[in-house]
Design a protein around this ligand. Sequence first.
Ligand SMILES: [Cu+2]
Length: 304
Amino acid sequence: MNLAPAERRQFAWITVGAIAVFAALRLLPTGTNLSHMDFRVDPRAGNVIEFCDPANPQFIPVVAAKSPVKMTVALGQGAAPGAPGVATVRLATTNGKPLRVQDLLVTHTERLHLLIVDPALRDYQHVHPTPTGEPGEWRFTFTPRRGGTYRFFSDFTPAATGRGLYASADHDIASRTGTDEGALAPGLETVQDGHRFTLGIAPQPARAGRPIDLQFAITRSEGGAVPLQPVMDAYAHLVAFDEARSGFAHLHPVEADLAKPPAATNPVLNFKLTIPRPGRYIVWAQVNLGGKETFVPFGLSVAE
Ligand SMILES: [Cu+2]
C-alpha cells in the first residue's frame, strides 16, 4: 500500500481512535452489581452444587444441594390443567440481592431457562421468563397440562461467576379431574408427529457413576429428510429427571457446531452423561422439526 503522508496520518489517527474506544469499553462496568461472593455457599452446609463441566455433564441434585440463589414461583389466576396463567418467578441471592437482567449471562440464547415438570414426569416444559422491570422478577405464561405439585428448575449463569447455577421451587396445580394415570413409562423408541425417535444407550445396562453414551436418532416415518433445525443453539437438548425429581441433567450434543448439521435423512446426535445413583430416569428430548418444537420422552434405567 502506497499512502501519501496525509493519508498515513489519517490512518494512524483512526487506529489510535479505535484502540481508545476499545480501552474505554473495557473499563465500563459489566452491569452487574453482584460479585462472586454473593454466590458463595458456606462449605459447612455440605452438598453444595458442583459447578458443571460441559465436557462431562452430570446429574445435578438441585433440591438437596444448597443453592446460593433463592427462587419462588407465584401463579396468577387461571393456571389450571389446559388453561394458561401468568407465572412470576423471583430470584434473589440468599443475602437478599435480586437477580436482574444484567446479572445473568445469555447461555443457549437466553438468560433464564426454566425446566418445568409435573410429579409423573409426563408434562415437561422448557420456558424462558422475561424480566418484568421489577428487580429479580421474571414472568412467563404457564399452561400446565396436568394437576399436582409441579417443580420448576431454573438454570442460569450469573455474570459475576460465569458458571452455571440452579435453583428450584414447587407450586401446586389443582387437578380438575383428580385422575392420575401414574408414572410415565416410555421405552427407547417413540413414534410421534410422523417421526420415529430412538435413544441408544451404551454400555447396556447403564451404570451409576460411570459415563453413559446416549445416541439420539430421528427418521421420518414415511422416509425422506427430517426437517431438523437448531433450537437454542443446538440440534437437540436432552434433559434427564429422576423419578423423585431431586434434580436434572441438561445435555447438549457432542456435535456442537451448528454449521455442520447432522445427516438429513437420519440425523444422529451423541450425548455424554454421568448419573450418580441407580434408578429409573426419564429423558426428555427437545428438538425443532420444521419450526415446530417437539418434546419426546425416553425411559433410562441406571443399574448399581
Ligand atoms: Cu439445552
